[in-house]
Write a protein that binds this ligand. Sequence first.
Ligand SMILES: Nc1ncnc2c1ncn2[C@@H]1O[C@H](COP(=O)(O)OP(=O)(O)OP(=O)(O)O)[C@@H](O)[C@H]1O
Length: 294
Amino acid sequence: MRYGDVAAVDGLSLRVETGTITAILGPNGAGKTTTIETCEGFRRPHQGTVRVLGLDPVADATELRPRVGVMLQSGGAWLGVRAEEMLRHMASLHARPLDTDALIERLGIGSFARTAYRRLSGGEKQRLSLAMAMVGRPELLFLDEPSAGLDPQSRRATWDLLVELREQGVTTVLTTHFMDEAEELSDAVYIVDSGRVIAAGTPRELTGADARNTLHIVAPAGLDTHALAACLPPATTADEPVPGQYVVTGDISPGLVTQVTTWFGEHDVLVESVLVERRSLEDRFLDLTGKALR
Ligand SMILES: Nc1ncnc2c1ncn2[C@@H]1O[C@H](COP(=O)(O)OP(=O)(O)OP(=O)(O)O)[C@@H](O)[C@H]1O
């Protein structure tokens, strides 16, 4: 996908399994919105192929629209319409809508149900947009930054709803800047940067097995870290960046933790604390690109 000379999405390939939550994670300008809007049929790709539920999102839009719920980054409602009116209108367009009252309750829409769309706060608009995307009981949900601007309580309510929908077989594709959202909610994560997928997998795969974890040990200062490293597997490092705080990096397995604490014991050193720090998606992103997500 190009905007003039800008290649916003270039050779990006992703596949979403039915009944899962997939997160497209990346920094500003990575191409997340362009990707999702292309899947929604709002943009026609200059090259490549997009199939959504086996259909072409542009050519088969009429067939696809009733089966797909879309939450845009902004807009999607008339300025003067009241929040509840808009949601009930959306529900009336679908054959088997969700229980609108229950949705209003779950997403806390009741407190602004009679407020005109243009007067809603950012978070209120966000919650209404989410409800509008879900109310038609879609097979597939596209959510562009669903929890941007939400307070922690609304974020949690949103996550719980998405998990429930997954239990009912709904497939969700969402974009996010939030590592915890991707890590906690999604079955698959695509990390994108500069319009390309730079890593993909389950959150566990991305942060676990092949990612380097860290073991932090607090113990008396000045121990010989070279001697410690020499006892450990080849790809493991041992340092004392701050006196009395030791850091071991590598594939931190239960066996390695035992090896390290045994080494301290053999040197007659009482360890004060041992902490295993798992690499987060943010660390992984930094490893891959050298830049922070936000
Ligand atoms: N309508 C447009 N005209 C020109 N360039 C655009 C347009 N929309 C997006 N771009 C450019 O395409 C690139 C990808 O933008 P996109 O909105 O897809 O990124 P994003 O990952 O969703 O970012 P954000 O997290 O900020 O929403 C950016 O460089 C952006 O400046």
